[in-house]
Design a binder for this molecule. Sequence first.
Ligand code: FES
Length: 110
Amino acid sequence: MAWKRLCALGDVAENALRKFEVDGVPVVAALVEGEVMAYPPLCPHMAEPLEISGICDGGTLTCTKHLWQWDMKSGGELGLAEKPLLLYPVKREGDAVLIDIEQELVYDYD
Ligand code: FES
């Protein structure tokens, strides 16, 4: 694993995806029930930017473009979604949030 600093804990909020870039790799992150979760920034369906089209509510992420939904903790599909949400490994060290971006996560859109 190659841990890199993603942000400070105070930089992420509940129910709000925020975009970051770590070593040139774009990532969106949010607090989900106090736990920092990080994902690739584009919707698994048709690559809409989730920091714009994504709405988080009660641990569920909805892409407003076509209403695909996911469990934000597991990445599992809910409702109409046909692909899971990919999750980056994340851990905390004090106030710092670290992410493993050794392998950039990208969806297959074919
Ligand atoms: S682009 Fe996100 S649900 Fe279709």
